[in-house]
Design a protein around this ligand. Structure first.
Ligand SMILES: [Zn+2]
Ligand SMILES: [Zn+2]
Length: 371
């Protein structure tokens, strides 16, 4: 029987390459040959063991940002998904139960019921003891459960470009749909990692008149990339960003401020200062569980009538729009992809993305099982 090689996380910062039998495809599921699997900050947290408290059961085949080609598909699955063998698909991380209140309302990414008997609600987080083990994208082949949410992607673009679909969906969701960004708005994006850069594009797509990106001085190369992707102004967070935003908006402040930075609180307090009257603040950066915001001038929130919105993941529509945007080649998104690694090099890939490899300036990193 044919087998697939897969990355298996067996402990904190410990991976192995293991082989699993390819599952027998039934009427309502499918098997995908993985072409590329994007890596994001949550993969780094998973690697470091920071997700262990959230009920993570090892060993796991990680990877929740895969793109690949349908190798085999059941007749009923083909009918439901509108797909056939040879189609390229991007897989959403969410694995809803399909029956609960959230799933019925189309919010399967918010499903709390999950897979039967496991409560697991995302691919790449299902332990290997649950057949058919190949639940994650960091493998040669990935099992597509009947509840997987799939999006067809053109085969005319490079796989590593297609693999940007998750950060790009976040950019569309967080900088466009969630804050209801409108034509003519000034949007400040705090952070210039993969999500921040995608938010620059999302704000541009929304018709923002002015997109301002903020990052630390050491992220110079990312700020330069942000400008190539459509940011009008790049600011250093070490400078007086609030004063600069006021200047750039003739004293009004920004319509929308998005914080995608990890661990630092300053962008949140500054966002409250730099947002205009009745402006919107989107919070998408992980600050560490239990962390509190020091220095937040609370009353400014109601005096200015601000809307503060937490966001996590993206909805189905944002994924569709993001994929069409990537296919259009209207932005030089290929510049966001900086590194591809073989499955065997997963440890190096994670450390490269995390900025732990001296001399490497990674933005988007993917695994390529064919390497
Ligand atoms: Zn991710
Ligand atoms: Zn559900």
């Amino acid at each position: 029987m044919a087998k697939a090689r897969a990355v298996v996380q067996v402990g904190d910062r410990r991976y192995e390459i293991q082989e699993f039998e390819l599952p027998r495809v039934r009427d309502d599921d499918a098997l995908m040959r993985v072409e590329a699997c994007g890596i994001c900050g949550s993969d780094v947290d998973q690697y470091d063991g920071k997700l262990n408290g959230m009920g993570l059961q090892l060993p796991i085949v990680p990877g929740h940002e895969p793109v690949g080609v349908i190798e085999e598909i059941g007749a009923e699955a083909a009918r439901r998904w509108g797909l056939k063998k040879g189609d390229r698909v991007a897989v959403e991380p969410g694995l809803g139960c399909g029956h609960c209140r959230d799933c019925i309302q189309g919010n399967f990414r918010r499903c709390r019921v999950g897979r039967p008997g496991t409560k697991i609600v995302a691919c790449g987080f299902v332990p290997t003891h649950i057949p058919p083990s190949l639940w994650g994208g960091m493998a040669e082949y990935m099992y597509l459960d009947p509840h997987a949410a799939l999006h067809k992607v053109s085969r005319d673009i490079p796989a590593e470009l297609a693999a940007l679909y998750q950060p790009m969906a976040a950019g569309i969701s967080w900088a466009y749909y969630e804050p209801h960004t409108r034509v003519g708005d000034t949007v400040v994006v705090w952070g210039a990692g993969q999500r921040g850069l995608a938010c620059v594009v999302g704000a541009r797509e929304a018709g923002a008149a002015q997109v301002i990106v903020v990052a630390r001085r050491q992220s110079e190369h990312r700020l330069a990339l942000a400008k190539e992707l459509g940011a009008d102004v790049a600011l250093y967070s070490e400078d007086d960003v609030v004063a600069r935003v006021r200047e750039l908006t003739h004293g009004e402040g920004a319509d929308v401020v998005i914080d995608v930075t990890a661990q630092v609180m300053e962008p949140i307090t500054k966002a409250v200062e730099m947002a205009k009257q009745a402006g919107t603040i989107v919070l998408a950066g992980v600050k560490g569980w239990g962390a509190m915001i020091p220095g937040l001038e609370n009353d400014r929130i109601f005096v200015k009538e601000l809307t503060i919105k937490g966001v996590r993941n993206s909805d189905y529509r944002s994924f569709e729009v993001a994929i069409r945007l990537i296919e259009s080649r209207r932005y030089p998104l290929e510049k966001m992809h900086t590194h591809s690694f073989a499955l065997e090099d997963i440890d190096l890939a994670i450390r490269t993305l995390a900025g732990r490899v001296p001399g490497e300036n990674a933005v988007c990193v993917s695994l390529d099982p064919a390497l």
